[in-house]
Write a protein that binds this ligand. Structure first.
Ligand code: C5P
Length: 206
């Protein structure tokens, strides 16, 4: 039996950390679907056509060291508006969701479009200033120099583009459990997510 956990939410809300922790706790595979869009965005910044890049992504594209940069994040959210780019990435994501005993996928449209039948849907959010402060600390740790105001502007612009697009806009699925991490430390947020998944797991027969 495969069990799918769909985790969506805006930029820098804590989805990545929560997804990795949920996957580790239950022994599930994990796919950060943002990396697919980032890999396409990185190839577009290098001069390629977005749709052609999305149709020919390789594991090497996903391992590029520059995928976490702010420039690539913005490029990702620009290519993510294009329906043909999104369509090219659907089968890979759905195939991943069905593998093994379970999978965690995190992104923007997992519970709404990619895996609408997911056993668990979480929507992880936090206020824009809190998310910007977290992203700022992350970027600093990675050696990117960017002021907090610029990071906030970046996060707000990306949210607006992701939530405002016609195709697969960022929004919680109707049946998603919303976790607002604005006032939570990461351990509390992870524990809240794990509790939701644990409640939904089928009880093993004796
Ligand atoms: O999650 P991450 O910040 O890495 O995502 C980068 C961008 O990729 C997002 O801003 C969004 O535009 C796009 N994305 C998407 N659908 C997903 C995952 C990411 O449109 N499932």
């Amino acid at each position: 039996m495969s069990f799918t956990v769909a985790i969506d939410g805006p930029a820098a809300a804590g989805k990545g950390t929560i997804s990795r922790a949920v996957a580790a706790r239950f022994g599930f595979a994990h796919l950060d679907t943002g990396l697919l869009y980032r890999a396409v965005g990185a190839r577009v910044l290098a001069g390629e056509d977005a749709v052609a890049a999305a149709r020919s992504l390789t594991p090497a594209d996903m391992a590029r060291p520059d995928l976490r940069s702010p420039a690539v994040a913005q490029a990702a959210s620009r290519v993510a508006v294009e329906p043909q780019v999104r369509a090219a990435l659907v089968d890979f994501q759905r195939g991943f969701a069905r593998q093994g005993s379970g999978a965690v996928l995190d992104g923007r449209d997992i519970g709404t479009v990619i895996c609408p039948q997911a056993e668990v849907k979480l929507y992880i959010t936090a206020s824009a200033p809190v998310r910007a402060a977290r992203r700022h600390a992350e970027l600093e740790a990675q050696g990117h120099e960017m002021g907090l105001d610029a990071v906030l502007a970046d996060v707000v612009a990306r949210d607006a583009r992701d939530a405002g697009r016609a195709e697969a806009p960022l929004r919680p699925a109707g049946d998603a459990v919303v976790i607002d991490t604005s006032q939570m430390d990461i351990d509390t947020a992870v524990a809240a997510a794990i509790a939701v998944v644990a409640r939904a797991l089928p009880v093993a027969p004796d």
